[in-house]
Design a binder for this molecule. Structure first.
Ligand code: SF4
Length: 367
């Protein structure tokens, strides 16, 4: 545990008010990096708060994530590919892709009775160390990985397999969307690549911790999907280097949770009681319309942002262009010249007045 983690851990446990922490998965981390400046999301996620339960308690619940049908289909396809020690997956890698995957040890790291996340991570670490030293073919299923998110470790439970080929590990991402005539929906492939990049990064950091070259985790992952509307799996290599670069850059930019916690009331907690709304509002948010597709809190934050006229409601571009002008009302007052700007907003105010004059002229010309 890092010094930083040791400092923040008791505060983060208190924020959950006794509820067990929610584990991250690659989907939540990929979404987290979509709004790196949001302190509210940073704190809720770092503490492992169940954001879905919080939003529902506040009356802003929303069906979020995959449909039940898609989940059931995904689980069935994954179980099929992984059955009998991943027999179908191995056939696919050897016969269809022609890979010389050696005889493998199949290690299922799924949770054992009463096992903590830390103990499971330690088990993953031991098995990975053994595989790195022996360079023997090894398949890992359900490894428990860890990734530092905003100065706090997030545990990842990928339903994923890593296999070793020529001394390098490759991540296999199993998805239930169809590949038809060798083509899949580009957006779905991009989302799968973003998630796989999270696993590659977490595995690389673990390999580095174990004293090996992180490049032993390949940037080429294998995407396994059903082929041509059948249940027959196909495997496609995908280079996730661009997604890795974005992920590393955005994780480095995430607001440090310790700094945020220092400014919060010392007794703050997100217990599901009548004080929950005030507790959530005590942590600053950076709402933008993109939140609706990436965060369980989106409808609560949108309502709050609309009520105070936050510029983010108009989109991230408008908010960024307006810099330190936080509300639409303040922007209008500066544009009309009815408010005196502070020195640091003088340039923005001049631009707003110019834009307002041009608009008046254009409307006058049209009339
Ligand atoms: S919905 Fe709210 S908490 Fe979530 S990222 Fe957006 S502003 Fe932050």
């Amino acid at each position: 545990m890092t010094e930083n983690t040791a400092d923040t851990a008791p505060d983060l446990d208190r924020l959950r008010a006794g509820a067990p922490p929610r584990n991250h998965d690659a989907r939540t981390i990929a979404a987290l990096t979509a709004n790196p400046g949001c302190a509210r999301r940073g704190v809720l996620d770092a503490a492992g708060v169940d954001k879905d339960a919080v939003a529902r308690h506040l009356g802003f619940g929303t069906p979020f994530g995959q449909s039940q049908f898609a989940l059931a289909r995904g689980n069935a396809f994954e179980a099929q590919v992984k059955a009998d020690g991943c027999a179908e997956l191995l056939t696919l890698l050897r016969d269809r892709l022609g890979l010389a995957v050696a005889e493998v040890f199949y290690d299922d790291l799924a949770v054992e009775d009463g096992e903590s996340r830390e103990a499971r991570h330690a088990r993953t670490r031991r098995l990975l160390a053994r595989a790195l030293d022996s360079a023997e073919g090894t398949l890992f299923d359900h490894p428990m990985l860890r990734l530092d998110i905003a100065g706090h470790p997030a545990y990842l439970e990928p339903d994923v397999i890593a296999f070793q080929l020529g001394g390098r590990f490759h991540v296999v991402e199993i998805k239930s969307f169809a590949v038809v005539d060798g083509q899949a929906e580009p957006e779905q492939v991009a989302a799968a690549a973003r998630q796989a990049a999270v696993y590659v990064l977490a595995l690389r950091r673990l390999v580095a911790e174990l004293g090996h070259d992180p490049a032993r985790v390949a940037h080429e992952i294998f995407l396994v999907c059903p082929e041509d509307f059948s249940n027959r799996p196909s495997a496609t290599p995908v280079d996730v280097r661009p997604q890795l670069a974005v992920l590393e850059r955005q994780l480095a930019r995430l607001t440090r949770v310790r700094d945020i916690l220092a400014d919060l009331p010392p007794d703050l907690s997100f217990a599901l009681d009548e004080g929950l709304g005030d507790a959530v509002r005590a942590v600053g948010a950076r709402y933008a319309p993109e939140c609706v597709s990436g965060c369980e809190m989106a409808y609560f934050c949108r309502d709050e942002a609309r009520a105070c006229g936050a510029t983010g409601v108009l989109g991230r571009g408008v908010r960024d262009d307006l810099g330190g002008v936080d509300t639409v009302g303040a922007a209008l007052a500066l544009a009309r010249g009815t408010a005196e700007p502070p020195a640091e907003l003088a340039e923005t105010a001049a631009l707003l007045r110019t834009a307002a004059r041009l608009r008046r002229e254009a409307l006058g010309g049209a009339a």
